[in-house]
Every structure is written in structure tokens, then in C-alpha cells.
Design a protein. Structure first.
Length: 451
């Protein structure tokens, strides 16, 4: 269940629905060439190395501490870049309860994003137990229930009003416009996070057998629910009218009005807000805690390794809050907000795919180090099967990163060059930072040893 809660999310549904009925094709392809390799690799590594630490431990075993630090940095920084997008999505929804007219006011968006993230940071400072309770409860109430409601009502709308939908011939499910390939990156991003549960693999009863099964079953459920929910928005709202920030609200309001259930909209919207906040809360402390451990290992300045009485990474959480405030101001400075939302979402997905390249590479390198355990899951085909699976994942990630440089023309008004330069600069800065920090820490260590 933790896999479904961690990945199933409403935040990407409006962006996914931009592809129309092509969403079925994209999810089938992305499920086969990205999610399936993730499932196979995670099942193999987690069943052979079920100790705590997940990807960080695997990459460290394969390539050493410095590459492991770069990998965990990428996981942390792509979440930092992602927070302003999900929080602006929540701010738009909260505006319904305050005054819908303020949704386009920059001051409101900035203030609400900062307030929400500050609250999430305060909760995370209380430790993993408090943060875990908040994120789990809100994810179940605020993600699973609204998503199922959207799917049921969406297809009920299709049955009752078939004339309002596009022609459902098979040709409409196969993409023809190469510009739609830009959405592949966002669809890949919506399938990320399955490996996160590996840190809990040791807590599963008989992890060598049960954990791989849980991965396979949950991955099928994730693809089906995300695909159907995105398709439901496509059915309810015409393709040209789906906003990547407001599309979910419009779809829910439209379908509830159709069935004379208008009074249920505020309740479902509140659930959506709760689910989004739970998603943020779930990710705020995890990567930061891994970065705190890296700081304690000497990869970061000692101040960032500070741990409070609740064993929360207070130093990293404070730095994270400052960066989110800065990125929020940058996001709001772009016109329109949908464009800045897309740019940050795109950069987030590209950074995440870089992280996954190290993940797949570590799996290939570690094959010969797998313990001899007849009960542990192994990818069919042995070394060759692992190599093929890992290379499919790496190639998919590389293609996804390149596709991210294709701007969707109907969403962005900026020039292609400016769009590409922004993403390239973001990738370079994000990757250069940990390398510079490592060099600085090595120099400081040499000075300390010399003295």
C-alpha cells in the first residue's frame, strides 16, 4: 500500500490529460520501458540487500561514497525544485475557500506557498513518527478517495453524454504530433518513487518473497489508476480547456454539476488539498534525512548535519525552506504562471531521471555482489537479464531528459532557445553544486589533517 500512496498522486493528472486520449498509449509505453525495469531492479536489490538506506546504500556499494552523495543530492534537489509546483497547485485549490478571484494574484500564491511549506517543515521537525502519521492519513483520505471518485464520475459522464467526447477510434489513441512527446517526461515523473519503499523492505515479513510481489501488484494498480484518472479528466474537460494548474478543479466541478452533486465539491476539494499536503509532508523529511547522514559523513558542512531532539534533520530542513522560498519567487516572476509551473516541473523530472540513471547503473554493477540466497528475487536471465533491464532503464532516462528540452507550444510563449537554456542551466547548476561541495570538503579535510 505504501507504494500506491507514495506514487499515486492527483498533482500530475491535469498535465497528463493535455495529451488527450494518447495518455493510454503513453502510460503503456512508459510502464513497460521505465516502471517495469524499476520494479525488477528494486525487487532484486531490496530482496538481496534489505538493510535500511535503499538507493543510497546500493549506489555506495557499487560506486563509493562520493557518487552515492551525488545520487542522494539529486534526489533531494529534484524534490526542492518540485515543492513550489505542488504547493502552487494547493494554493490555487485553497483560494476556492477564501476568494476564487485571488488565484491570479502573485502575492497570494507566494504567501500561501511559503506558509504551507513552513507548516510542513515544522511538522517534519517533530520527527519521522509525526510526519509519517500526517502523510499517511492525508494520502489515503486526500488521494485515493478523490482519485476513485474522479474515475467513477468521469466514466459515468462518458456513458451519459457520449456525444460530448472525441471520436474514440483507435487512431485517436496513437500520438501523431511530435510536440506531444514533451509530455512523456511528465508521465515518466508521475511513475517515479517506487524504490522509495525499499528503505522499509526489512520490516516486511519474509521480504525476499513478499516485497517483490508487493512491487509487481502495486505497479499494475498505479498505472491503471493514473491512466484512468487522467483519461477521466480528458473525457470531462475538452483538451484545449485543461489548465495544468486548475484542470483538476474544473474537471471535478464540471462532473459534479452534471450529476447534481455540486454540494460535494467543497468536500472533495478539501480532500485534494489534504492529499497534496500529505504528499509534500511525506517527501520533506526523507531526502533531507539522507542528506543529514551525508553531512555527518563529511560530505557537507557540519551545520547541515545538525539533528534535533526528535532526530529530525533541522539544518537541512532550514536550508530547504530557504531554497523553496527563493524558487517560489523565481516561479512567480515568469508569465504566465502555467509556463513557470511547467518549467519547474520539467526541470524536476529531468533531475529525477539523472538520479535514476545512477540507480540503474548501480544495479548492473552490483549483480556480481549479490548474496547467494535461493529465496531472494532475481531478474530472469541472470547477468544478461539484469544488464538488459538496467540498460533499458538508462536509455529511457536519457531519452526522457532529451525530450524534456522540447517545449509544448500551446503552453509556453517563451522562445525555444530560452526554454532550453533555462533547463540546461538548471541541470548544470544542480549537478555542479555537489561536486564543488565535495572538492571544498576535501580541501578542508586536508587542511585539518595537515594542522
Amino acid at each position: 500500500m505504501i507504494n500506491v500512496i507514495a506514487i499515486d498522486s492527483l498533482r500530475n493528472l491535469p498535465a497528463n490529460a493535455q495529451t488527450g486520449y494518447h495518455i493510454v498509449f503513453y502510460y503503456l509505453i512508459c510502464g513497460l520501458i521505465f516502471l517495469l525495469p524499476c520494479v525488477l531492479i528494486t525487487a532484486q536489490l531490496a530482496s538481496h540487500f534489505p538493510e535500511r538506506g535503499g538507493v543510497y546504500v546500493w549506489v555506495r556499494k557499487a560506486f563509493g561514497t562520493h557518487i552515492a552523495f551525488l545520487t542522494i543530492w539529486l534526489q533531494w534537489i529534484y524534490n526542492v525544485v518540485w515543492y513550489p509546483t505542488i504547493l502552487s497547485f494547493l494554493a490555487v485549490n485553497i483560494a476556492y475557500f477564501i476568494n476564487p478571484d485571488i488565484v491570479h494574484q502573485k502575492t497570494y500564491i507566494i504567501s500561501m506557498v511559503i506558509a504551507l511549506f513552513a507548516i510542513a517543515t515544522i511538522i517534519s521537525n517533530q520527527g519521522m513518527r509525526t510526519s509519517g502519521l500526517v502523510s499517511t492519513a492525508s494520502a489515503i483520505i486526500g488521494t485515493i478517495i478523490p482519485m476513485l471518485a474522479l474515475i467513477v464520475l468521469g466514466f459515468a459522464s462518458f456513458i451519459h453524454s457520449p456525444l460530448t467526447t472525441d471520436n474514440l477510434s483507435m487512431s485517436n489513441f496513437i500520438p501523431k504530433d511530435t510536440h506531444d512527446l514533451a509530455f512523456t517526461l511528465i508521465i515518466l515523473f508521475s511513475l517515479m518513487g517506487l524504490e522509495m519503499s525499499a528503505v522499509h523492505a526489512k520490516e516486511v515479513k519474509d521480504p525476499q518473497r513478499n516485497y517483490p510481489k508487493a512491487l509487481f501488484y502495486s505497479s499494475i494498480l498505479i498505472v491503471v489508476t493514473l491512466c484512468l484518472a487522467s483519461l477521466a479528466i480528458t473525457i470531462i474537460v475538452p483538451k484545449g480547456q485543461i489548465g495544468i494548474v486548475t484542470g483538476l478543479d474544473v474537471a471535478l466541478k464540471t462532473v459534479l454539476q452534471q450529476f447534481h452533486l455540486d454540494l460535494g465539491f467543497p468536500m472533495i476539494l478539501f480532500m485534494v488539498i489534504l492529499g497534496g499536503f500529505g504528499s509534500v509532508s511525506a517527501w520533506v523529511i526523507g531526502p533531507s534525512k539522507a542528506m543529514m547522514v551525508a553531512a555527518q559523513d563529511g560530505c557537507l558542512p557540519p551545520l547541515l548535519g545538525y539533528c534535533n531532539k526528535h532526530k529530525a534533520p533541522s539544518g537541512m530542513l532550514l536550508l530547504q525552506l530557504v531554497l523553496v522560498i527563493f524558487l517560489t519567487y523565481c516561479m512567480i516572476s515568469f508569465e504566465p504562471i502555467q509556463a513557470s509551473y511547467w518549467l519547474l516541473a520539467d526541470l524536476t523530472a529531468q533531475l529525477a531521471l539523472l538520479f535514476y540513471i545512477f540507480f540503474f547503473a548501480a544495479a548492473i554493477k552490483l549483480y556480481r555482489q549479490l548474496p547467494q540466497d535461493q529465496h531472494a528475487f532475481r531478474i530472469p536471465g541472470g547477468m544478461l537479464g539484469t544488464l538488459i533491464t538496467g540498460m533499458i532503464g538508462i536509455i529511457t532516462c536519457a531519452i526522457g531528459i532529451l525530450l524534456g528540452f522540447i517545449p509544448p507550444p500551446h503552453l509556453l510563449k517563451t522562445s525555444t532557445i530560452n526554454y532550453e537554456l533555462f533547463l540546461l542551466a538548471g541541470l548544470i547548476l544542480s549537478c555542479a553544486a555537489p561536486l564543488l561541495i565535495t572538492c571544498y570538503q576535501k580541501r578542508q579535510s586536508r587542511k585539518h589533517n595537515a594542522s
